[in-house]
Ligand binder design. Structure first.
Ligand SMILES: Nc1nc2c(ncn2[C@@H]2O[C@H](COP(=O)(O)OP(=O)(O)OP(=O)(O)O)[C@@H](O)[C@H]2O)c(=O)[nH]1
Ligand SMILES: [Mg+2]
Ligand SMILES: [Zn+2]
Length: 296
């Protein structure tokens, strides 16, 4: 039987097979193969006792995506949530996260929440974000999670996919997820459930089924991931609008910052690349360089 791992605590895995959940252990051979099942894995299981819903995981099907921290596989897309106000949009974080998604072959959706807080002073910012990101191919969805507006459109995008939500604290991820489920499943409640001694238990990662084949991943720690897996010289590959113009750079290994005859800078001057995105590229590049210098 084939199922999907929806939760994992030490060597115990919850595997969903159609509408049943089996508690499975992983077979010993995984240890030898130095691979172990993670949440999101499609697995082959053998039922040991149907009445107790007990089983054993026999094998892991090939993964389409894999993230090390938090450990999760087969994520199709990440919804990066920003809020128009309180907190203000953190575009540097967004661009880091988009690069991370590109690196991992994961699709991105940008959700700007709290658009009910639109005022004269942030109207231009909203338009700019919408334009800059839709222009380069990222879907941008505007929502008022509290008033349940824009939720249907977002929900449509989740069909048949495994979707993670990411973004700074307070942007409205839980409110969005709750309105998608149309019931209160305060994820934090599950994630940081206090144990009997009143301590927070280790944050567990879990898939929640919205409808058959569609899952939301609750990912504590996704907003704090770092880009250490990306090398500064590779960053350009994950700024998708640089891919075409960088073909015109004169120097191999052009960083698009100080070099002459740079295709990216030319595109910037022609208004084909957004200045904000370019400036954040430079900032992230310098940050990565800095980190690399400290490694030695
Ligand atoms: N005005 C307005 N407030 C919202 C909206 N969506 C959420 N909020 C409020 O913003 C606050 C934070 O929302 P949460 O859903 O808890 O944010 P979160 O992203 O889950 O935050 P963390 O769990 O800390 O990461 C709450 O007080 C919500 O009621 C919205 O569309 N408009
Ligand atoms: Mg939350
Ligand atoms: Zn260049």
């Amino acid at each position: 039987m084939q199922g999907i791992v929806i939760a994992n605590v030490s060597n115990s895995y919850e595997v969903k097979v159609e509408d049943k959940i089996y508690i499975c252990s992983a077979r010993g051979k995984f240890k030898l193969e130095k691979i172990s099942p993670v949440v999101g894995d499609k697995v082959e299981i053998e039922v040991l006792e149907e009445s107790k819903k007990e089983g054993v995981i026999l094998s892991i099907l090939p993964r389409t995506t894999y993230i090390k921290r938090p450990k999760v596989s087969n994520i199709t897309q990440i919804v990066f949530v920003l809020s128009l106000e309180s907190p203000k949009p953190d575009l540097l974080l967004l661009d880091k996260q988009l690069a991370f998604a590109e690196l991992n072959g994961i699709q991105s959706i940008i959700c700007i929440n709290k658009v009910d807080l639109k005022k004269k002073k942030n109207e231009d910012l909203l338009q700019e974000i919408e334009k800059d990101y839709t222009n380069i191919g990222y879907p941008v969805i505007l929502t008022k999670a509290k008033e349940k507006e824009g939720i249907d459109l977002l929900k449509e995008k989740l069909q048949g996919k495994i979707t993670a939500f990411s973004g700074n604290s307070g942007v409205g991820k839980s409110t969005l997820i709750n309105s998608i489920f149309q019931k209160e499943i305060t994820l934090e409640g599950i994630v940081s459930k206090k144990n009997q001694k009143g301590k927070n238990t280790t944050t567990a990662i879990r898939l929640y089924e919205i409808e058959p084949q569609s899952y939301i991943v609750d990912t504590p720690g996704f907003s704090t991931f770092d880009l250490s897996e990306i090398e500064s010289r590779d960053l350009e590959q994950y700024f998708i609008e640089f891919i075409e113009p960088r073909k015109d750079c004169e120097f191999i290994g052009c960083s698009h910052i100080k070099e002459q005859n740079c295709g990216v800078k030319k595109a910037l001057e022609q208004g084909k690349i957004s200045r904000g995105r370019y400036e954040r590229y430079c900032k992230i590049y310098e940050e990565l360089k800095e980190k690399e210098a400290h490694k030695w």
